[in-house]
Design a binder for this molecule. Structure first.
Ligand code: S3P
Length: 166
C-alpha cells in the first residue's frame, strides 16, 4: 500500500508518518528530507534561495520517484497540493491519501513553539498566513481519501486511528 500524508505545516506529518510506517511494517519517506538530501541543503535556505516555483518542481519530481516504492508511507510538505502534477499523483488510484487536519490555532501554536524555520510562515503576516491555511483546507479536502483531526491527540493516538481505517 502507498500511503501519503498531507496537511498544513506543523500538523505532525513526519512524526505520525514514522509511527504509521512502523505500525504497518512499511518503509517511511519524508519528502522534505528527500528534497534536502537531493539538493544538499536544508529546506529553508534552499526554498529561500531558489524560490517557490523551482522548489515545487523538485518536490513534484521527488514525489513521483518516492511513489515508485511499494508498501511505503510518505510524509509530504504542506504545499504539495499547490502543484497540479503533485495533485495528479495524490489522486492516483494506487495511492491512499490521508489529510492530517488541525485547527489554525493548533498550527500557529506549534509553529511558534518550534525552532524549525518555515520560509512561508516568515513571508506572511498572521492574517495572510490564516488565509493561506483557509485556501489550502479546500485543496486538502478535495484530494484526501481520509481526513483525521489531530487537535488534542498524541501522534500515537492519531496513528492508531489511521491503522483502524486501513
Ligand atoms: C511548505 C511546507 C514545508 C516545506 C516547505 C514548503 C509549504 O514542509 O515543504 O517549507 O508550502 O507548506 P512542512 O509541511 O513539513 O512544514
Amino acid at each position: 500500500m502507498k500511503i501519503l500524508l498531507i496537511g498544513f505545516m506543523g500538523v505532525g506529518k513526519t512524526t505520525v508518518g514514522q509511527k504509521l510506517a512502523h505500525a504497518l511494517g512499511q518503509r517511511f519517506i519524508d519528502l522534505d528530507q528527500a528534497i534536502a538530501a537531493h539538493v544538499g541543503q536544508p529546506i529553508p535556505s534552499f526554498f529561500t534561495q531558489v524560490g517557490e516555483p523551482t522548489f515545487r518542481e523538485i518536490e513534484a519530481n521527488l514525489l513521483e520517484r518516492a511513489l515508485e516504492q511499494e508498501d511505503v508511507v510518505i510524509s509530504t510538505g504542506g504545499g504539495v497540493i499547490e502543484t497540479p502534477s503533485c495533485v495528479t499523483l495524490l489522486n492516483r488510484a494506487d495511492v491512499y491519501t490521508i489529510w492530517l487536519d488541525s485547527e489554525f490555532s493548533t498550527v500557529a501554536d506549534h509553529l511558534l513553539a518550534t525552532d524549525e524555520i518555515r520560509p512561508l510562515a516568515l513571508q506572511h503576516s498572521l492574517a495572510s498566513f490564516f488565509t493561506l491555511w483557509q485556501e489550502r483546507q479546500t485543496k486538502y479536502a478535495r484530494t484526501a481519501n481520509l481526513m483525521v483531526t489531530t487537535d488534542f491527540k498524541t501522534p500515537a493516538e492519531i496513528c492508531d486511528e489511521i491503522v483502524r481505517h486501513t
